[in-house]
Structures are given as structure tokens and as C-alpha cells.
Design a protein around this ligand. Structure first.
Ligand code: CP3
Length: 363
């Protein structure tokens, strides 16, 4: 049984995710709880990154920081965690110093043996479920809570590279040298994603987002061959598992960064309710490609937030016009095209929110 929570007072994000017309665009930003906030840096002085993820009171506190600061302007919370908790659940060590680092990456398919055969998500990731339930209570219905996980290809790349990469040489070596083992590993990761996301919905997550942040590193052919089937698998099996567990369905969002070449097939063949966009496609063009049914999320270049108030206003206005096409906003969640970066002045983010409220409004 899902826990009982206070009634939701602001459902504009859920309405847009379901494809409805809204009075203005709902808005939140990826990485909204992060280093650009002085209150986040303060907590980080005393606590390690994964310690915060694993301590529900700290994860709740940090998830709430942008909600408190931007109350009335922000339409969703996203649980404080990281995509790399799945590799940890599979048995890999991950450090954050300050970028992610795996002391023992997967060098050859032989290393797959070192991974945990069966992942009990309640045991390995139960702390995320606890943090979600605690945050839902703390939110008191102010805005919905988003849960998330990394996509199999993006996680596979981290597990093989041992951290972030500019060239993806090691992970692509796997794709070309060991294609079947690579696919099998991604499907194993996909299974953990499904169980992890089911647990998040059961714990109280009201939207679920999958981050395929490295999607655009693959050619269209190889994205279709390697990443796409795992993304399809997750949405299909997640919906089935939620129904089987009698957990009410939640909107599913896919952010496949850099994979604008795949928007048409992602819209027609994967079953996600919302597709996230980076800034490398015009919103009006994306809408033409995906058709009227799928909701879109995005897509301001995060660097606009360094351009000053005049630039922020100009660029938000342009984004709104391109998404709306002179009508009321429909099936659109305003966001950045990737995460907010540490150097942004929080007051400039507030101005971004205000501009979205103003320029996305129905009239
Ligand atoms: O959006 C949110 O506010 C929720 C929290 C969240 C974090 N990471 C917290 C975080 C989310 C949704 C993520 C997702 C994530 N993590 C992705 C997918 C989104 C994307 O940016 O493409 C990826 C690729 C990661 C992996 C990761 N975690 C990297 C590459 C880094 C270091 C570099 C960086 O961008 O900060 C992290 C660390 C991390 N995750 C931080 C935060 C707030 C900063 C770490 C710190 O506090 O020192």
C-alpha cells in the first residue's frame, strides 16, 4: 500500500505531464538542489556527498532548500540523490572527489562477475525510499516530488570508464568489441532501474525521470541498437510492475540528452509521457516531430543564467514563444536543457522563474 500524504495543492506540473493545457508553464530546474545554493554548500561543509544521499533527514533538508527559497515560483521538488547509486547497489565502489570516481571499473566482461547477481533494492537503496517518504511529508502537498534514476547506457558508461569521460573510448570499445555482453549488462541495469523506480513510486514519488545524459555520445544507429531497447524495457516493465503492485500510475519522463535525432521514435515507440529537451533543438521543431500527445520539458541553455537579467528575459521570452506558438501553454514543463551549474547566482535563477511565469502565461 502507498503511504498517505497531505493533499497536493499545486498540480500544474502533473497536468502538463498528462498533456493538458495549463494557465502558464510549470517550472523546475535539473540540479535545483546543488552547489549554486549557499545553504547547500553549508551542509556540504560537514557531510560527504553520498553520506547526504544515505541520510534521509539530510536528503530531505537539501531537497527542500530550493522549495523554501523559491516558494510560489517553483512547481516541483526532485529528491536529492545521484544516478550513481545504482552502480553502488550493483556492488561497485563510487567516490565523489569532487567528480565521480570508480576505483575498480569494469575493464572486461569478465569483471561483470564481480557485480551482485540479484539486487535487493529495499536493502541497497531503501535509504532513498525513506528519504522520499520523509520529503513527501515535509512538502506538505506544496508541490509534487520527482524521483529519478540513470539510464542503462549512461550508467554502463560510468561503470566502464570509471568516471566521466570526454571520449567514451572505453565504453565504446565495449560496444564494438563485446556488443552482446554490453547489451546484456545494460538489460541487467534496466532491471534494477525498474525495481528502483517502483520502490520510489511506492515511497511517494509522483513523477519519475530517467536521465540518459550520455545518449548523444552515440550515433543514431548505436543509440537505437544499445540504449533505446533498455529505455523501452524500463517504461513497459515499470508500468506493468506498478499495476501489479497496485501503485497508481505516475508520469514518466525521459531526458535523453543530445539524442534529438531520436525524438520521433522516442515519442512513438517508448511510452514516456514527457520527453526532456536540451537546447540543441528549437522547441517548435521538437513539437512538430513528437506530435501533440507527448509532453515536452526544457530547454533553456543553462549558460543563459550567466548572461544577466536582460539576456535571461530575452531568452526565456523566446523559449516561451517557441513552445507555445502564440497559444496557451500545453503539455510543456519549463526547465533548463541540462543541470544548473555551481556559479549561478540564485537570484538570477529566481528571475528566470519569474520570467517563465510572466511569458508562458496563457494570454
Ligand atoms: O536535480 C537535483 O537537484 C537532484 C539531485 C541530482 C544530483 N545528481 C545531485 C548531485 C540529480 C538528479 C543528479 C543526476 C546526475 N548525477 C546525472 C544526470 C543529470 C546530468 O547532470 O546529466 C549525472 C550524469 C550524475 C553524475 C554526477 N554526480 C556527476 C557527473 C557529478 C559531478 C559533477 C557535477 O556536475 O556536479 C555528480 C555530483 C553531484 N550530484 C552533485 C550534486 C548536487 C555535486 C556534488 C557535490 O556536492 O560536491
Amino acid at each position: 500500500m502507498a503511504a498517505q500524504f497531505p493533499p497536493l495543492k499545486n498540480d500544474i506540473l502533473l497536468r502538463a505531464a498528462r498533456g493538458e493545457e495549463t494557465e502558464r508553464a510549470p517550472v523546475w530546474v535539473m540540479r535545483q538542489a546543488g552547489r549554486y545554493l549557499p545553504e547547500f554548500r553549508k551542509v556540504r561543509e560537514d557531510h560527504e556527498f553520498f553520506e547526504i544521499c544515505r541520510t534521509p533527514t539530510l536528503a530531505t533538508e537539501i531537497t527542500m532548500q530550493p522549495i523554501r527559497r523559491f516558494s510560489g515560483l517553483i512547481d516541483a521538488a526532485i529528491i536529492f540523490c545521484d544516478i550513481l547509486v545504482i552502480p553502488q547497489a550493483l556492488g561497485m565502489e563510487v567516490l565523489m572527489n569532487p567528480a565521480p570516481c570508480f576505483p575498480a571499473p569494469l575493464n572486461t566482461p569478465d569483471d561483470i562477475k564481480k557485480l551482485r547477481d540479484q539486487v535487493d533494492v529495499n536493502k541497497e537503496l531503501g535509504y532513498v525510499f525513506e528519504a522520499i517518504t520523509m520529503t513527501r511529508k515535509e512538502l506538505n502537498g506544496e508541490v509534487p516530488l520527482i524521483g529519478f534514476c540513470g539510464a542503462p547506457w549512461t550508467l554502463f558508461a560510468y561503470m566502464v570508464e570509471g568516471g566521466g569521460s570526454k571520449t567514451f573510448q572505453k565504453s565504446k570499445t565495449w560496444l564494438f568489441r563485446y556488443p552482446e555482453e554490453s547489451k546484456a549488462l545494460m538489460m541487467r541495469i534496466a532491471d534494477v532501474c525498474v525495481n528502483f523506480l517502483v520502490g520510489q513510486a511506492r515511497a511517494g514519488a509522483q513523477v519519475l525521470q530517467i536521465f540518459d545524459s550520455s545518449a548523444g555520445e552515440l550515433s543514431p544507429h548505436h543509440f537505437t541498437a544499445f540504449s533505446f531497447p533498455s529505455l523501452q524495457y524500463i517504461s513497459t516493465n515499470l508500468r506493468l510492475a506498478l499495476a501489479a503492485a497496485q501503485i497508481p500510475p505516475v508520469p514518466l519522463t525521459l531526458f535523453a540528452k543530445g539524442a534529438n535525432f531520436a525524438l520521433a521514435s522516442l515519442a512513438s515507440d517508448t511510452g514516456y509521457d514527457v520527453l526532456g529537451l536540451d537546447w540543441c533543438i528549437e522547441p517548435s521543431e521538437a513539437r512538430k516531430i513528437v506530435g501533440p500527445e507527448v509532453a515536452l520539458q526544457g530547454n533553456l541553455d543553462p549558460n543563459v543564467l550567466y548572461g544577466g537579467r536582460e539576456a535571461i528575459e530575452r531568452e526565456v521570452k523566446r523559449m516561451c514563444e517557441s513552445f507555445k506558438g502564440g497559444k496557451a501553454p500545453k503539455a510543456w514543463i519549463a526547465n533548463l536543457g541540462h543541470g544548473i551549474t555551481p556559479g549561478v547566482d540564485p537570484e538570477d535563477l529566481r528571475f528566470f522563474f519569474e520570467c517563465v511565469h510572466l511569458y508562458s502565461a496563457a494570454t
